[in-house]
Design a binder for this molecule. Sequence first.
Ligand code: ZN
Length: 85
Amino acid sequence: MPIFEFECGECGIRFEELVAAGESVACPDCGAERSRRLYSEVSPPGRQPRGAGVRSDESRRREREAARQDRITESRKRRAAGEKP
Ligand SMILES: [Zn+2]
């Protein structure tokens, strides 16, 4: 999937998102679905959208994984605390 740059119609921030052609995305900041695609600035020189996308996917995955581990640890602690009066 190609990476596109969007500009939010509500708050005006710009963000990059991997989407199928013709799809619109919600603003990651305010959640508005009035983002518009910027056709002119898809690949600024010196940047590698594909690599950046992969990296951010990877870091998002790691964050999710870490959050999951935290929840597991937390629920184990609660369970341990509950079992010992
Ligand atoms: Zn916004």
